[in-house]
Ligand binder design. Structure first.
Ligand SMILES: C[S@@+](CC[C@H](N)C(=O)[O-])C[C@H]1O[C@@H](n2cnc3c(N)ncnc32)[C@H](O)[C@@H]1O
Length: 387
């Protein structure tokens, strides 16, 4: 039986496996360098090692890692997963880290594993993998549950981390509370928010429809319970989702939507400097930033667009001018829509003119199309991009 068939036979049946079962399966596989070699992939420019997912079930993810000579990953964790790995070829260096009370990463030791070593990767481990030799290193890794919401620690991030955490707190309470009933709200045809979310599915589709042809990777900010994420994955896009609310992230994962989901927010993007995407999308989230922070957010998002044909596509509440905003405020008062009124008075629902200025100052043109009485489709493009 060939390597892939053996791998499927051993790992596909595993249900909620424990450490011992993962180790036994890895040992039983008897992966040898020559039969594994055809499945190695080269680093893709985003991460310094090649990563090939050989199997992913509801319970396990088996990944073949190829670390070329001298390669070293950034420190990262594995979200809620734990796992085991076997060194198929070469000598692996595992650099361990801990977060201190100051929120910074501290070195916590180094382990060196020769080939055939079997290594347990506990759930809370923060580590970096390194090939300190001149020959390639190949490891076969299995994680359970399949990887989601892994966190990378960019070199400059630790100093920023504490401040970011404080900022994060600003958004999370409300959305943590709303997470379990959020989908009811957006599909409610009677409640107070019915008009705000009217045509919700059509709005999400309109956003997807603006993604430039040929795009592969899309960055979604504030995916919430993942309704747009699901549409994007169905469209075949690879989606990186950045969501600050832990309970929103949990809802999204519970629905089985497969995106690369990360903790972060508009002003603290958990992406490596050189990680690029073809488009950025966001629905009903941009209004959480005050106008001055919106400009900074656009600048950060632009730094991850792969080229100048990339777009930023947003659906959110905004108003043509002050008069139309006031009209909606008066209407909410008349109709005793206390929650909507509160939002109109406290959220950062901008006027078109102000949003246009924010994008123009960042060198982008912007178009507005109305989606319902509140929501507009906002599409930002570089002037030279072909339509
Ligand atoms: C109204 S929900 C929209 C969810 C989803 N995009 C949708 O269209 O249904 C707003 C989402 O944005 C997230 N959020 C709030 N402030 C944010 C910020 N500054 N950066 C990124 N996401 C934010 C919330 O946690 C929440 O999941």
């Amino acid at each position: 039986m060939n390597f892939i068939d053996r791998l499927h036979k051993l790992f596909a049946p595993l249900v909620n496996p424990q450490e011992e079962q993962l180790k036994l399966a890895l040992e039983a596989l008897q992966a040898n360098p020559s039969e594994v070699a055809p499945h190695l992939v080269e680093p893709d420019g985003c991460i310094p090692y090649g990563r090939n997912v050989l199997l992913r079930t509801d319970d396990v993810e088996v990944v073949l890692i190829h670390l070329p000579a001298g390669a070293k990953s950034l420190p990262h964790n594995h979200g809620d997963s734990f796992g085991c790995e076997i060194v198929v070829e070469g000598e692996l260096t595992n650099l361990l880290y801990q977060t201190g009370d100051d929120g910074r990463l501290h070195d916590a030791g180094k382990e060196v594993y020769p080939s055939n070593s079997l290594v347990y990767v506990p759930k809370d481990q923060i580590h970096a993998i390194e090939n300190a030799t001149k020959k390639r290193v190949v490891t076969l890794n299995v994680y359970t549950p399949p990887l989601a919401a892994c966190q990378q620690y960019a070199p400059e991030e630790p100093a920023q981390k504490e401040a970011d955490r404080v900022k994060n707190a600003r958004f999370n309470e409300l959305f943590d509370q709303w997470a379990s009933s959020y989908d009811e709200t957006v599909y409610d045809s009677q409640g107070e928010y019915q008009e705000v979310f009217a045509g919700y599915d059509r709005i999400l589709a309109a956003v997807v429809g603006q993604i430039p042809l040929g795009s592969r990777t899309v960055l979604e900010i504030g995916p919430g319970t993942g309704n747009l994420s699901r549409l994007l994955t169905r469209g075949g896009y690879h989606v990186i989702g950045v969501e600050p609310s832990p309970l929103m992230r949990e809802q999204l994962k519970r629905k089985g939507i497969e995106i690369d989901l990360r903790d972060g927010h508009f002003l603290s993007l958990p992406l490596l400097k050189h990680e690029k995407v073809d488009a950025v999308v966001s629905t009903f989230a941009f209004h959480h930033l005050p106008l001055e922070e919106k400009r900074e957010a656009i600048r950060l998002l632009q730094s991850h667009l792969s080229d100048r044909s990339g777009r930023i596509i947003i659906a959110d509440t905004c108003f043509i001018d002050e008069a139309s905003k006031q009209k909606m405020i008066e209407r909410a008062k008349r109709n005793h829509q206390h929650n909507v009124l509160h939002d109109l008075l406290t959220e950062y629902y901008e006027l078109h003119e102000d949003l246009r200025t924010v994008f123009q100052k960042n060198g982008m043109d912007v178009s507005f199309s109305q989606l319902n009485n509140y929501a507009w489709l906002i599409v930002a493009t570089y002037p030279e991009a072909k339509q």
